[in-house]
Design a protein around this ligand. Structure first.
Ligand code: UT7
Length: 332
């Protein structure tokens, strides 16, 4: 009997724009302060993409990922772009990325699952590898959140940042490594707690929607916080139990970075100490689809993430969408 094909991450890359917006900057534009932002969210800084779009950031992250890889770009089978800030409604950002990186034989698509987008895209990419039909799948989370942020709204503008990060998925020869399992969920009851009110087919763009600032992120922070803190912890514990994974065997929780308090609560429920949690919210804020791969890239390049490390990835976002994933890191 043939062994089941498993998918593993075999390369990582990232892009963050140079321009830094620190908490002091926000003190100068809205009624807020450094102390409130740090204690309520854990954020000190975030990045701003001044020139360029989501596809450009995705391309920079992919180029960073491929710089040490010696294969022909014609070998890339699929490009999945997770984003809530596509360059435009259509064509898909994946098409723009395909052309810019010269992946002549690839197909691809955008995946919209907000802050859980990378997790959903990674599972989708892994399933394509597991099918046996595809050998090289790029999954990139890229979000230019500044394009949909109202910089007069203190409830949301301090939270988000721009960034992109990519991973390459390939079949693994050693099935100790790679993506073992995931638990993914959606619940449309959350649809009005975190969303962009206008611009879609329900409420197309008009002078009125622009005047009423309906093309920006709207969030009922308190409502989302309550479900996020439970949702993210529940699925993280569930995936450990399902796979008989004890907290001693988990090298890192790799959580979506929306709020340090949500992350801390999840780690606590999993029985993990703070040193076993990947964090970048302090430097980049909430970069939506990019938070998790950014963590993986930076911790790997810093030598803190090693071959054989068991990881639990977890996210919660608009929709609602949420989920967890269990994988073993296979890169030397
Ligand atoms: O990423 C996808 C999913 N999203 C999340 O997981 C985000 C979940 N929610 C959160 O992280 C938090 O709810 C926030 C960080 C968004 C807000 O923190 P909070 O502790 O829930 O604050 P709050 O919304 O309950 O507001 C508390 C107070 C309010 O004032 P009053 O009504 O008590 O007088 C707000 O107006 O803080 C005020 N406030 C601020 N004050 C200073 C809200 N934003 C700010 C601000 N600076 N930037």
């Amino acid at each position: 009997m043939q062994n089941k094909i498993k998918a593993a991450i075999t390369a990582v890359g990232m892009y963050v724009p140079d321009k830094v917006l620190d908490n002091k900057y926000f003190e100068s534009i809205v009624d807020t302060n450094d102390e409130w932002i740090k204690t309520r969210t854990g954020i000190s800084e975030r990045r701003l993409m001044e020139n360029g779009a989501t596809s450009d950031m995705a391309v920079y992250a992919i180029e960073d990922m491929l710089k040490d890889k010696n294969f022909d770009r014609d070998e890339i089978d699929v490009i999945i772009v997770s984003t809530v800030t596509p360059d435009m409604f259509f064509p898909a950002t994946a098409c723009l990325v395909q052309e810019k990186i010269g992946a002549n034989n690839a197909w691809g698509f955008d995946l919209s699952a907000a802050c859980s987008g990378f997790l959903f895209a990674l599972q989708t990419g892994a399933s394509l590898i597991e099918s046996g039909r595809y050998k090289k799948v790029i999954v990139v989370g890229s979000d230019k959140m500044s394009a949909i942020t109202d910089y007069t709204d203190r409830n949301t503008c301090i939270l988000f940042g721009d960034a992109a990060s990519a991973v390459l998925l390939e079949p693994t020869e050693d099935d100790k490594y790679g993506i073992h399992d995931s638990i993914l969920r959606v619940d449309g009851k959350g649809k009005e707690a975190l969303y962009m009110k206008a611009g879609g087919s329900a409420l197309p763009a008009s002078h009125e929607t622009v005047d009423n600032k309906l093309h920006y992120i709207y969030q009922d922070g308190k409502a989302v916080f309550k479900v996020a803190v439970k949702g993210m912890a529940d699925v993280s514990v569930e995936i450990m139990e399902k796979n008989n994974l004890h907290s001693d065997e988990v090298a890192y929780l790799v959580p979506h970075q929306a709020n340090l308090r949500i992350i801390d609560a999840t780690a606590q429920r999993m029985g993990l100490s703070k040193d076993k949690v990947m964090i970048n919210i302090d430097k980049y804020g909430n970069t939506t689809a990019a938070t998790i791969p950014l963590c993986l890239t930076e911790y790997y390049r810093d030598g803190k993430l090693k071959k054989g490390d068991n990881l639990v990835l977890a996210a919660f976002g608009a929709g609602y969408t949420w989920g967890s994933m269990y994988l073993t890191w296979g890169m030397d």
